[in-house]
Design a protein around this ligand. Structure first.
Ligand code: SAM
Length: 335
């Protein structure tokens, strides 16, 4: 039964309405800033990751506590078989208003239609460069054309919202900021620039690579004209959204470092191995898989989740120094 009266709040008064579920740690790319630097990835075994039944059980419990939006992520969520079936079942959970997905786009050419048919309407595609040779350098795979085909297919499929996520990195892709933003002129995409974050002990993050969103916005405006603010709804998330004059799409900025948004954070994450992560930057995780497999009842699970959520940390103190703030790699968190 859906007990929507029981809103899930932490002890700082933030309502938790958004759950990000990483359904696999496996990925078909090896992005330098995301997967461990040495490229040695010890994948979790099938038994170590949550089954789809376990994910559905958790999603049901969270929806009963006020979660309204679920994002499927990874690793790369499209490499796990049956993801469209999972999305379709999650959408049917009472109280869940939206199930969306974050993907690198490699498999989207084939998966866009099944996902749309399952009820997914919003999709985020990660792309940091428009140059195939640079794509190879950043991701370790010569698959730029596959991603581009995936983007074209997503547009053709008429997803309601397609966001293109680019991590902005000085000396890596900062010379493409304007070209990426320009895509929003002709295509119905929200091109979003994300500040490079120090996540994971083996990350390639360096302070010198960090580019803040104010600087990115200035670059775009200098070349393409004024960015006009777009009014946003209450649940629109942390991005600041703008539009170039006459554009079909928009340009967004996500600035976790230069202007962090912990005060309005409404999200928690579940890792592929079934741990509840209350803050992207905190390794203080709570084992849910263990409780599920030990036979916790639905009522006990709800109480347990409520108590766990209350512990969500207030926020990050400062991310401006040079040390990564947590050890788990982004590829095992899901962004
Ligand atoms: N494989 C999927 C993808 O590529 O979108 C989903 C997982 S990926 C971890 C989710 C998002 O996290 C991507 O947009 C990626 O660019 C972003 N990301 C990974 N490492 C990051 C970092 N160090 N700083 C900022 N964003 C990062």
């Amino acid at each position: 039964m859906n007990d929507s009266s029981a809103a899930l709040s932490d002890k700082h008064g933030r309502e938790i309405t958004y759950l990000r579920i990483s359904i696999t740690d496996r990925c078909n790319l090896r992005c330098s800033y995301c997967t461990p630097r040495d490229g040695q990835v010890n994948w979790l075994s099938h038994e170590d990751i949550l089954s789809y039944e376990e994910i559905e059980r958790l999603a049901n419990a969270f929806s009963g506590l006020g979660v309204r939006k679920i994002r499927l992520t990874g690793g790369e969520p499209l490499v796990r078989k049956g993801v469209e079936g999972l999305a379709g079942r999650l959408i049917k959970i009472p109280g869940i208003k939206e199930v969306c997905l974050t993907t690198n786009g490699i498999l989207l050419g084939d998966m866009a239609t099944p996902l749309f048919d399952a009820g997914v309407r919003h999709i985020n595609i990660s792309l940091d460069t428009l140059k195939p040779e640079r794509f190879l350098k950043i991701t370790g795979k010569d698959l730029f054309q596959n991603v581009w085909q995936g983007i074209e297919k997503a547009i053709e499929t008429r997803f309601t919202k397609i966001k293109l996520n680019a991590v902005a990195m000085k000396g890596v892709n900062d010379d493409e900021i304007v070209d990426l933003a320009r895509l929003s002129l002709e295509l119905p995409l929200e091109v979003r620039f994300i500040e490079f974050m120090p996540v994971g002990s083996a990350t390639t993050w360096e302070k010198s690579r960090h580019l803040n969103c104010d600087a990115i916005k200035e670059m775009v405006e200098r070349s393409l004209g004024d960015l006009i603010p777009v009014s946003q709804g209450k649940d629109s998330g942390p991005a600041m959204i703008y539009r170039l004059k006459g554009a079909k799409g928009s340009v967004g900025f996500i600035s976790p470092l230069s202007r962090h948004f912990c005060g309005t954070c409404n999200r928690v994450r579940i890792t592929p191995d079934g741990r509840l992560r209350l803050c992207l930057f905190s390794d203080n995780e709570i084992d849910l898989k263990g409780w599920l497999r030990a036979g916790i009842s639905n009522d006990e699970l709800k109480i347990f989740l409520k108590e766990a959520i209350a512990q969500k940390p207030k926020g990050i103190i400062s991310l401006k120094d040079e040390t990564p703030h947590c050890t788990r790699a982004m590829s095992r968190i899901g962004g």
